[in-house]
Design a protein around this ligand. Sequence first.
Ligand code: OAD
Length: 313
Amino acid sequence: RAKLSKFNTIEDAVHLLQTSKNIIVLTGAGISTSLGIPDFRSKGTGLYSKLEHLGLSDPQEVFDISVFRDDPTIFYSVAKDILPDQDRYSPTHAFIAMLQQKGKLLTNYSQNIDNLEAKAGIKPDKLVQCHGSFATASCVMCGYQVDGESIFPIIKAGKIPRCPKCAPKERTTANSRKRKLARDGTEKKVRRRPGDYDSASDSEYDLPSNGGVMKPDITFFGEPLPDEFSRRLTEHDKELVDLVIVIGTSLKVAPVSEVVPYLPPHIPQIYISRTPVGHVNFDIDMLGDCDVVVSELCRRAGWDLRHEMVPPN
Ligand code: OAD
């Protein structure tokens, strides 16, 4: 339900695109689904629908920091299937990069953790990854940070990455078994080189005696967003923005969901997604596949959106 506004039609949206100079683009998981990456809340296909087997009271607990601290096996049983492994990006990513190239992109606030904005060429100074990403990982105990990809092999192997700095050299369970085997003379003592990652399989996990666990620097529920999110929004963008385009997000998660109501109401706001939202009133709602919608907007604007179309899933 669009609010009463002087902007209503697709032609209005095209005109706004052509005339605006400082556009905020707020994105969610829907801009990556055409690449086969599931969103979170779409019934049947979203990640949360697929987690029923975990028996959680709420599937969002997978990304809950207190649940992670109690038992990281829950997150890591899912993480191996959501590691970013795509080199492609969608036409919608290309659209945002095009706005940047035209000098119209103020900021892309992305809730996505797939890091595909970078692949599309969106520059770090135009991008706020509101929910972090897999690009780095930190120890939940001592904060030691590593390159995120360095723990991918351990995650893919279904194990839990341990802190190379603070996890004790000898593990209480796995290593004690190995020590026992060594004493028995059936296996040589295992030595860790400095910087080696320690890991424990699910059944071997035992906090806190086992020391720190590495967690990808995704913003979990219960964790603060990166400082850059509110700093940039309140101290920089609020004064400059002249158009807001929200694409492929259900706007269910605060504080990102509060960005649109926070901005002055006279700033035109466009919503592009498959599913309408009832709790935020936009000037213009364009419901449908976002790759199709942005391609049509570009066509009408006379812009050449160069991207090989990917068929929607
Ligand atoms: P959601 O799954 O909540 O919403 C995705 C929205 O995109 C839905 O409204 C879909 O209908 C729509 N959508 C899906 N594919 C689309 C397509 N091809 N074209 C247009 N629309 C499409 O995902 P987010 O709103 O991004 O947090 O979720 C926000 C946060 O909740 C995530 O960042 C995640 C999650 O908990 C963390 O990972 C910490």
